[in-house]
Design a binder for this molecule. Structure first.
Ligand code: ZN
Length: 385
């Protein structure tokens, strides 16, 4: 991976390049990543640059033997460690090495735009408790006692280190504390709060922010040949996450459904002011939407309440003349404008709280139908008062 093909700000690339040029590479660095921001590609480009035999001012050469091995993620001194599970019920000594061929293929297929969720699916199911386990840590310690095969840096990339099994951490700590010469640990995380403080305190932080809307829109146009308007629409609702943007671009059916569900649900909430009968509230339509949402998976159910929260926030922004801050597609904007007087600085907070509460209960496997009906009634009361 060359720096030129990594989709992050040039300033971040430059700061890593300068660390290498000025010989200030700290032996353990923690990459604080935002979801979907091409940070894995950045980490590989950095490792490749450090190992390149013919480094340029701004990038690796791309053609030396070391670079060619990096292109295949098969450099013998570059070790990939990532969350993994047993391959089958007899597999007792599973670790990252066993999954390496699948992991490489997954990375290449997705152009280095990888996420924990999609990797868990590759492993065979979202709910699998994948970890970086004690055997992975053992392999690192063992590897660390051997000389680098090619005489350069030994580099360990621990992707999603928040999944490090806590009981395995002590094995790693000593190695992190007293590394061999020319050893680099790149730890990557999206949830630094879930990392042991003993690990964090041994690392230098590198923050990699979410991608800008402009960057996302430009890449969508280049890679998928979508129109400028569509690219901007998608970028605006992707929260700096290119993986999310790609999902929206490939399949906007879920987005369309969310918009439709929101419209139906919120119309009901607004009509249910306590002064008219339920048939005028179209409560049966609301019930039908609740039922449909109940049949979706937990992730999609959570997506819906998050979507609702985003829509309400957008309505408030329009109502308070902060249109520039609105994150919405053109289609959504039309509907948001229609509702623009309904969400105010007085009712926005309690309305959002209902969304947060629903999200909390869905996450804990509550009954979706009850949760959504409760949210409907509470929101009606808030808006009618
Ligand atoms: Zn090279």
């Amino acid at each position: 991976m060359l720096f030129k093909d990594v989709m992050v700000d040039d300033s971040i690339k430059e700061s890593l390049i300068n660390l290498v040029k000025s010989n200030r590479v700290s032996h353990a660095q923690l990459f604080l990543c935002s979801p979907g921001n091409h940070s894995f590609a950045l980490a590989v480009a950095y490792a490749q640059y450090l190992s390149c035999q013919n480094r340029g001012e701004h990038d690796s050469c791309g053609v030396c033997p070391s670079c060619l091995k990096f292109e295949k993620l098969s450099h013998p001194d570059f070790h990939l460690i990532f969350p993994n599970v047993a391959k089958n019920s007899n597999d007792k000594d599973y670790n990252s090495k066993k999954w390496l061929p699948e992991f490489r293929e997954y990375v290449f297929e997705n152009n280095y735009h990888i996420s924990l969720n999609s990797w868990l699916k590759e492993l065979g199911g979202e709910n699998k408790q994948a970890t970086i386990n004690i055997r992975d840590c053992g392999n690192i310690v063992e590897q660390n006692s051997i000389r680098a095969y090619e005489g350069g840096y030994k580099i360990y990339l621990l992707w999603m280190v928040e999944r490090l099994y806590h009981a395995a951490a002590p094995k790693l700590l000593k190695t992190l504390e007293e590394p061999e010469n020319k050893t680099l640990f790149i730890l990557m995380t999206e949830n630094p709060d879930n990392i042991l403080s003993t690990i964090k305190s041994r690392t230098q932080y590198i923050k990699i922010p979410p991608l800008s809307e402009t960057t996302i829109a430009q890449h969508l146009q280049q890679e998928l040949e979508v129109s400028e308007e569509t690219a901007r629409d998608i970028a605006s609702i992707s929260e700096g996450n290119y993986v999310k943007a790609l999902t929206f671009a490939h399949d906007n059916k879920e987005q369309e459904e969310m918009l439709h569900y929101f419209e139906c649900f919120f119309n009901g909430v607004l009509a249910n002011d306590g002064k008219r009968p339920l048939n005028q509230v179209k409560f049966f339509e609301v019930r039908a939407v609740i039922e449909k949402i109940g049949k979706l998976g937990r992730e999609s159910q959570k997506n819906f309440v998050q979507y609702m929260g985003r829509m309400l926030r957008n309505i408030l922004l329009i109502n308070t003349n902060n249109e520039a801050l609105v994150k919405a597609t053109h289609e959504e904007r039309d509907l948001l404008n229609f509702y623009k007087t309904r969400v105010t600085v007085f009712n926005a907070k309690p309305l959002m709280e209902e969304c947060n509460k629903a999200h909390y209960h869905i996450e804990r496997n509550g009954n979706t139908s009850l949760i959504m009906t409760d949210m409907f009634l509470k929101m009606s009361t808030i808006l009618a008062s």
